[in-house]
Every structure is written in structure tokens, then in C-alpha cells.
Design a protein around this ligand. Structure first.
Ligand SMILES: *Cc1c(COP(=O)(O)O)cnc(C)c1O
Length: 441
């Protein structure tokens, strides 16, 4: 029994569940999807996103100083928007489908410092915490130049505090690297699927890595429990952190600027379709939230999950959110997409997404590897498996008219003017020998 019903009863109520439990690829359209203006669930607003953006700007001089790879962007951690229309022929080869509209990728795999989407939320929350401590201790005012954070007295202050986080790998990298640089004692609780090289890299930076012989949810739970025992320990909670979420949401403001710069129109006649790989939900959820605030009904967001880890899908479809795990439905949560290997979704994110997210589809691991190889050979782009889940999105969405109609009755007239944006979420830090292993799969 799961929440008072047998699996059979759940499957009767939600027929898609049978295919999901068989780990077949599915595409779920969210029946509660409505225009953003009708959404009342949100306590977070554009003001919150702008505040987060302003905070990141205050820290830019510090970031530039301690992470020289951000020099060119003046300490702003942002990724390129790249047209890859040329890759449509590869997708045609794989799926035998033409994609109408233009194809872009958002290169979060190239984000400085942490090499993944986690450089948005993770770094932001660490900076926010550091700022609050520095303000409380009168080491800084919001009008100062934040290069001051490199001073010894800041390091001395932060050395009395600890940061902790549970992670499948990349969030640990982002928080571990930033936390250690600022001078915090940092502990990362890693799930069993976390890659060895990520653990090694963190230990190298002086981060404490604790390993669990279990999945991500357990790593978070243990990390949270341990951190709560210590009043000077701050736990970054990927399952419910508003700050992480807002750090991700800032991407929408930046993207808007990039579209303007590239002369790309997003409006009623030029819809934006976004495909985001989803683990616990914070990253894709924050970005979707920001995009809906910025582009309103002209953007439609989709999450992509591995067929073996469809946590957000089951959580949102059944409305059970974090009351379920995929394991309870007989799904093993084992996938090569380690960043998406999450069996229990964030309720915080799922609830915000109820009216904002257009749908969720699942992808088989072997498709991720096929695209990984082609993208490398054709475009020289190296992504980790998790980062590729967005790529089948444009094909899967435009394949049937019914899915497009669900978004917008007139979309057929507009689909040739649409912008498909695939969020490529990680990969630049993957060591060469690991990437070669991926290629050989
Ligand atoms: C973490 C991660 C995601 C998904 O983010 P969540 O916040 O866990 O949903 C996607 N891609 C990569 C590479 C990641 O590391």
C-alpha cells in the first residue's frame, strides 16, 4: 500500500503509471498547467529574483578576485546561449523527425567554478549565508566593495561556522568549492551514485566528504540531521531551500538579456520552449519559475527525467510530491544520469510547479549516451549524461499535434517561429578518462 492505495489502484487512477513502472519512456502533460497570471500558490515574486540578482552583483568583485576564470565576465557566473541548428540533422538521424523552429542550448556545462547548473543555486546560497554573517558581525555593509571578503578577518569569522549539504555530486562540488574558498568548514554528504572523481576533487579542496551506501534522499536526511546538532552549522537543503531556488531563478533575467543581444524575439508569435533535466527539482524548478515571471505565457517549460528516476513526474502527477519514492512503485532509481538519480522529489518545488510546468517526459539512458557521442563528434561539446536529458525534448514535443495543441490552440501557425532551448546542465569538469568511458558506452 502507498498512501492508503494499492499500486493497482494508483495505476487505475493514473493510467500512465503502468508505463512509468515498466520504465518505458513517457510524456506527461500537466493537466493543471495554466497561465502564470492565474497562479496564486507563489509566495515568491519578481522582487525576490531581483534581490538575488543584486546580491550576486554585490559579490561579483569578490568572485572575480578568487575565481580568475570569471575575469572576462567581471565576476558574473553566467553561461553562453548557443545556436545549434546544425545538430538537428543528428537528431533527425536518431529520431527520424524534423524539428520545426530554431534550436539553442544554454551551456551551463560551461559555468565557471563548478561546471554545472549547480553553480547558480549552490554558490548563491553560500554567498547569501556568508553575507548575512558578515553583516551581523559588522565586517561589511551592503555598499562596500565585496572584495573585502578576501580579507583574513572574514576567513577567521567563517572558520567558526560549518556548511553542510547532501548531494549526488554536483551540488557538493559547487558548495564545497565556494564554501572552502570563503573559509567555512564544509561537509558534503554524498549518495552512493556520486562519482569518485567528484569526491576526490572535494577532498583535495579540504572538504569533508561523507559517503552513504544509499541514494540521494538518505544523504540529505543524514546531512540535515547531523547539521541540526550543531548551532554553528548551516545546512543547504536541496529538498526545500528557497535561496537555492532563487539563485537558479536569476538565470531568467540573464537569459532575457541574451535574447535581446542576439536579436531573438520571444513573444506571442515566437514561443520559447525550454527543456530542463530534473533531479530533485530545485534547479529546473527555479529556472522555470524565473522564466514564467519574465516571459509569462510565451514560455513553456518541460522537465526531463531518466526512466529509472521519474520522481518529480510521479510526485506531480499523483499530487503526492515527497510522500512517495520511485522505489515504492518498483522503480530502482539506478541511472547513468547520476545528477538526476533522485527517488523522492522536492515538495516545495513540486507545489510551485503545479500551475507553471507544462509537462515532464522521461528518457532512457541509452539515448543519453547516443546523444553524448554525437554532440561530441559533431560539435565538440562534452556533456555528462545527466546534462543530455533535454535534447530529446523538441522531438518528443513536436511529434504529435495533440501535445502542441495542449500548449496553445494556434501553436501550429507559430511552431516554425519557435525557439527550442535545451538546458545543458553539466560536464566541463568531467575528467578525460571518465568522458572516454562515456563515449565508449
Ligand atoms: C543537479 C543536476 C540537475 C538537476 O537539478 P535538480 O535541482 O537536482 O533538479 C541537472 N543536471 C545536472 C548535471 C545536475 O547536476
Amino acid at each position: 500500500m502507498i498512501q492508503g492505495k494499492s499500486i493497482k489502484e494508483w495505476a487505475q487512477e493514473y493510467p500512465l503509471l503502468t508505463k512509468i513502472m515498466d520504465t518505458k519512456e513517457v510524456f506527461w502533460l500537466n493537466p493543471d498547467y495554466r497561465e502564470v497570471k492565474n497562479n496564486k500558490v507563489l509566495e515568491l515574486t519578481m522582487v525576490d529574483i531581483k534581490e538575488a540578482d543584486a546580491r550576486l552583483r554585490r559579490f561579483a568583485p569578490y568572485i572575480k578576485k578568487v575565481f580568475p576564470e570569471t575575469k572576462a565576465s567581471h565576476g558574473i557566473i553566467e553561461s553562453e546561449l548557443v545556436n545549434i541548428d546544425g545538430f538537428k540533422t543528428e537528431l533527425f538521424d536518431i529520431f527520424n523527425m524534423q524539428i520545426p523552429g530554431q534550436l539553442y542550448i544554454k551551456r551551463d556545462d560551461n559555468l565557471p567554478i563548478a561546471g554545472s547548473i549547480k553553480a547558480r543555486g549552490g554558490i548563491y546560497e553560500v554567498l547569501k549565508y556568508a553575507e548575512s554573517l558578515a553583516l551581523e558581525n559588522n565586517l561589511i555593509t551592503k555598499d562596500d566593495n565585496y572584495e573585502l571578503f578576501t580579507n583574513q578577518e572574514f576567513k577567521e569569522l567563517f572558520s567558526h561556522y560549518s556548511l553542510a549539504v547532501g548531494s549526488t555530486g554536483n551540488l557538493g562540488l559547487s558548495i564545497g568549492i565556494t564554501g572552502a574558498t570563503l573559509g567555512f568548514k564544509t561537509t558534503v554528504h554524498m549518495s552512493s551514485d556520486a562519482r569518485q572523481w567528484k569526491k576526490d576533487l572535494l577532498r583535495d579542496k579540504g572538504v569533508i566528504v561523507k559517503e552513504y551506501d544509499s541514494d540521494y534522499s538518505k544523504a540529505v536526511q543524514e546531512g540535515r540531521k547531523e547539521s541540526q546538532k550543531d548551532p554553528k552549522s548551516y545546512f543547504i537543503d536541496d529538498e526545500k531551500s528557497k535561496h537555492l531556488f532563487l539563485g537558479y531563478a536569476v538565470a531568467a533575467l540573464r537569459l532575457k538579456e541574451q535574447f535581446v543581444k542576439e536579436n531573438i524575439k520571444i513573444d506571442q508569435d515566437h514561443p520559447l520552449l525550454v527543456y530542463l533535466p530534473c533531479g530533485v527539482g530545485g534547479g529546473p524548478g527555479g529556472i522555470c519559475f524565473g522564466l514564467k515571471k519574465v516571459f509569462g505565457e510565451n514560455v513553456h517549460c518541460f522537465f526531463a527525467e531518466p526512466t529509472h528516476s521519474p520522481a518529480m513526474l510521479i510526485g506531480m502527477m499523483t499530487g503526492l510530491h515527497n510522500k512517495i519514492t520511485v522505489q515504492e512503485f518498483g522503480i530502482d532509481n539506478i541511472t547513468a544520469a547520476d545528477g538526476l538519480a533522485v527517488g523522492k522529489p522536492s515538495k516545495f518545488v513540486g507545489k510551485i510547479m503545479v500551475n507553471l510546468l507544462a509537462g515532464i517526459y522521461t528518457v532512457e539512458d541509452n539515448i543519453l549516451f547516443t546523444i553524448l557521442k554525437r554532440l561530441y563528434h559533431k560539435n565538440g561539446i562534452k556533456l555528462e549524461p545527466s546534462a543530455l536529458a533535454g535534447f530529446p525534448g523538441p522531438v518528443r514535443l513536436t511529434k504529435n499535434k495533440s501535445k502542441l495543441d495542449f500548449l496553445d490552440n494556434n501553436i501550429e501557425e507559430k511552431i516554425n517561429n519557435s525557439i527550442h532551448l535545451i538546458w545543458s546542465t553539466g560536464g566541463s569538469m568531467v575528467p578525460k578518462h571518465i568522458f572516454d568511458e562515456y563515449l565508449n558506452k
